[in-house]
Design a protein around this ligand. Structure first.
Ligand SMILES: [Zn+2]
Length: 312
């Protein structure tokens, strides 16, 4: 599979190929990683940390510190030190937007300290088992018990008061089958993990039951939380409502083409040869991995795919 460097870095960032990348890293590289963390003050006790794998939202205030996602494992110590230096505290609450390695790096440290770790139940289940990711040629081991989410929910939404009103809910089977959003309505900000991709084509990780129809449903749901001023924090960067709409439009068009190709009876090779994303590549880059994963992920959803495609 030919991947551009840009796409490879996105893939590594998104899904935890950090494990493979990490095998050869040196003390100097580790120091560089730590120095690469960027803290951005967002006001009202909120801050964004980037450079730790997936983006991390810090929510500081009278109730303590909460994090939405925890970056990757190799950045965890530096990330928590950075949080401590700005807030004087260790986080008491952590959300996992999904089960990938770029989001769960602080789980073990904070879990041991007694923090509440909130995630969808499917994310907890993935983290209790070995994950075979065929498309990455990678096996991810289960996490130790203390690193697992200890407060989970199912196919609905909940709200807690922790410095701000934090509403969190399920995003149906999109990037994985355990994606959640965390919405701070009073701050007009929503964290969306990897369901939204900031710059390159999104990934529908069929190894953890993501699929393009679920991504269309989830993006449609997210748009109802947003207005033109909403700050949408994806693992790969901060975007606005128009960007989410453009991702939805692109995914709807691709779902339509996948559905047509499935029912026509073509192969993946033929589908790729037809360049089904030609009009979107200038904005989103190399589509190959996205298309391969969207195609594979549609296999268990053959009877549903054309329903999604009709929105295009
Ligand atoms: Zn991910």
């Amino acid at each position: 599979m030919a991947l551009s460097r840009r796409r490879f870095l996105h893939t590594a960032s998104c899904t935890g190929t950090w494990l493979a990348l990490n095998l050869g890293h040196t003390a100097n590289a580790l120091a560089a990683d730590n120095n690469a963390l960027q803290w951005q003050d967002l006001g009202a006790g909120l801050a964004l940390i980037q450079g730790a794998g997936g983006a991390v939202l810090v929510v500081d205030g009278k109730d303590g510190v909460a994090l939405v996602d925890g970056g990757n494992t190799r950045s965890a110590s530096a990330l928590l030190a950075l949080v401590k230096s700005h807030t004087g505290k260790q986080p008491k609450l952590l959300f996992n937007s999904h089960c990938h390695r770029d989001q769960i790096g602080c789980n073990q440290t904070l879990g041991k300290q007694g923090a509440t770790i909130i995630a969808h139940e499917n994310t907890r289940l993935w983290l209790t088992t070995e994950i075979l990711s065929k498309w990455e040629h990678q096996v991810y081991p289960p996490l130790p018990t203390e690193a697992l989410p200890n407060k989970t929910f199912y196919y609905d939404s909940e709200t807690i008061e922790f410095n701000h009103k934090l509403n969190y809910g399920y995003l149906p089977q999109a990037h994985t089958d355990g994606d959640i959003y965390v919405h701070l309505s009073e701050q007009n900000l929503v964290c969306v993990g990897d369901v939204v991709s900031a710059s390159v084509y999104p990934l529908v990780d069929y190894a953890t039951n993501g699929w393009i129809g679920g991504m269309i449903t989830s993006l449609t749901q997210l748009l109802t939380l947003c207005d033109n001023n909403t700050r949408i924090i994806a693992s790969s960067g901060v975007v606005n409502k128009a960007h989410v709409q453009s991702q939805l439009d692109m995914c709807s068009a691709v779902a339509d083409r996948i559905g047509t190709a499935y029912y026509k009876g073509g192969s993946l090779v033929e589908f790729l040869a037809d360049k089904p994303t030609a009009e979107f590549d200038a904005k989103w880059g190399n589509a190959e991995l996205f298309l391969r994963m969207a195609w594979e992920g549609t296999l268990p959803h053959v009877t549903e795919i054309r329903r999604f495609g009709k929105r295009a």
